[in-house]
Design a protein around this ligand. Structure first.
Ligand SMILES: Nc1ncnc2c1ncn2[C@@H]1O[C@H](COP(=O)(O)OP(=O)(O)OP(=O)(O)O)[C@@H](O)[C@H]1O
Ligand SMILES: [Mg+2]
Length: 496
């Protein structure tokens, strides 16, 4: 018997079909993976399962009963819990208060006081069921993102979840946090809970998945047993062709020092960071999440104030006290957090892609609008942004396609120094290759390219030189030919 069955689901937005006749069944206790390119319809499909969107056509069955899921409350009452990428925790509350938020346990009448003891006891039990040893009285703000996510999962027990849906849960986790999450998922599976799992990290899917359903352009291509399907087959189903190269690395002549920072020290820190980057070389910055890589980049770019430090572009010192100064000095910073810092969601793609480079489109006091549209169109083609309509609002794009728009916005500035922070987070395998090709093109055109990434295969696959950070400091500076996963991990954990 299947737990949840979707039959012939159709969904469109303003007349454009996004899900086309999708049928799918989830069995109790299985890990069912949804795989597909950016914009294939994965998030839309799960939003139908969780009552966030209503379907246009089709039928839904829960334990063989025909039902409708018209709101998130309906889904919760059935026992469907969802872990979204943005966590819904209140940082100033404790772990147990968060777990029971909105579903507090109260003592019997007459006063109905909150039963803190009982909530603590149960919270502890839930975390133990996840194999976790987190203090239930700890404030959530004191926990790392990986632990916070586990607290979010523990909430699922308060509704007696039979099914837990996770949409790209590991994309903001470090390698060890991700490994822990995968273990937790296997634990839930053992307890008979069905898991619906979305991720662009194919290695993960191999590790935990029972069955995999592949979507392409809103249609279901196949449901397959994971064990009997190779990664290459998955990719082929997903993109409709073979990917000959995951990392299209090109070699360039090593050039001049184009960028240098000296003694950058962040507010509230005693540690200093210095490094130089050269033309012809992609410089990677590896490290665990929380090692201080993003903070240093924000300091360099003038987003956060620094206590001290100097920045040189092409040998000349530049003074940066704000992002405007940084842009004027020829820097571009492609942030990891596209919603908060990268995009204006209620503006068009064209607007978002050209906002950082408007000065290039001025002629006297006039903006050359046609040229602006032209450039936006070029980037849409180059990065395979879908849907490729320059007038579309950024909000309406899938997560991965939004990320591509952020990249385009900075490419159009023709900066001298590009700092990418997790550039391929949430981007599908096919589009990743396009992003890597773009990095190559930037280097070929003489730009300095710095890539912060937590994915070691990516760092090793595309960078020529790798800096490793640990607790706010650079602990290694390794050339590609000498770099190994083990060596980087060792430096990233401080064990040199
Ligand atoms: N609220 C909306 N209004 C209009 N179009 C939308 C809306 N939400 C999603 N879409 C469109 O539906 C399609 C599927 O999007 P969805 O978010 O389901 O993709 P996805 O498979 O989750 O992709 P990703 O891997 O990038 O997260 C996309 O073309 C997207 O632009
Ligand atoms: Mg999505």
């Amino acid at each position: 018997m299947s737990l949840l069955e979707l039959r012939h689901i159709q969904k469109g937005f303003s007349g454009i079909p996004v899900l086309k006749n999708v049928s799918l069944d989830i069995e109790p206790g299985e890990v069912h993976v949804l795989l597909g390119e950016n914009g294939a319809g994965k998030s839309t499909l799960i939003k139908i399962m969780t009552g966030a969107y209503s379907k246009d056509e089709g039928e839904i069955y829960w334990e063989n009963q025909r039902i409708e899921i018209q709101s998130p409350v309906d889904a919760m009452n059935l026992g469907i819990a969802t872990i979204y990428q943005e966590l819904n925790l209140i940082p100033q509350l404790s772990v147990y208060e968060n777990i029971f938020l909105g579903r507090e346990i109260r003592k019997g009448p007459p006063f109905r006081f909150l039963d803190h003891q009982e909530m603590k006891r149960k919270a502890k039990e839930y975390l133990q069921r996840l194999g976790q040893d987190i203090s239930v009285e700890e404030l959530v703000c004191n926990l790392g993102i990986g632990k916070q996510q586990l607290v979010e999962i523990a909430k699922a027990f308060t509704i007696n979840a039979k099914m837990i849906i996770l949409d790209e849960p590991t994309s903001s986790l470090s390698a060890s946090e991700a490994a822990q999450l995968l273990e937790t998922i296997m634990e839930l599976r053992k307890q008979g809970i069905a898991i619906v799992y979305i991720s662009h990290r194919l290695e993960e899917l191999k590790q935990i998945g029972d069955r995999i359903t592949i979507l392409r352009d809103g249609a279901k291509i196949a449901t397959l047993p994971v064990k009997e399907t190779s990664t290459d087959e998955m990719i082929q189903y997903m993109v409709g062709r073979n990917l000959d190269q995951k990392y299209p690395k090109e070699q360039f002549q090593l050039g001049a020092e184009g960028f240098r920072v000296e003694g950058i020290c962040l507010q509230g820190s005693e540690k200093e960071v210095s490094f130089a980057a050269y033309q012809g070389q992609i410089l990677g910055i590896a490290g665990l999440v929380g090692a201080g890589r993003t903070e240093i980049a924000r300091g360099i770019f003038g987003v956060d104030q620094v206590k001290s430090g100097k920045v040189y572009v092409e040998g000349k010192e530049v003074r940066i006290q704000s992002p405007q100064d940084a842009i004027a000095a020829g820097l571009a910073f492609i942030t990891e957090d596209r919603k908060a810092e990268g995009l204006i969601l209620d503006q068009t793609l064209e607007f978002n892609m050209t906002i950082a480079s408007l000065k290039n489109f001025r002629k006297g006091s006039l903006l050359q609008l046609e040229q602006l549209t032209q450039i936006a169109k070029e980037y849409i083609t180059e990065l395979q942004v879908k849907p490729g309509d320059v007038q579309k609002h950024a909000r309406k794009l899938s997560g991965g396609n939004q990320q591509k728009v952020v990249i385009a916005k900075w490419l159009s500035t023709h900066a001298k120094v590009f700092i990418f922070d997790e550039p391929t987070r949430g981007i599908d395998v096919g589009a990743k290759v396009e992003v890597y090709r773009l990095l190559n093109t930037l280097v070929k055109n003489g730009a300095i390219v710095i890539v912060i990434s937590s994915e070691l295969p990516e760092i090793l696959g595309i960078c020529d030189r790798i800096l490793v950070m640990h607790e706010g400091q650079i602990t290694a500076d390794i050339l590609r030919d000498h770099a190994t996963q083990e060596g980087i991990m060792k430096a990233a954990t401080g064990g040199m």
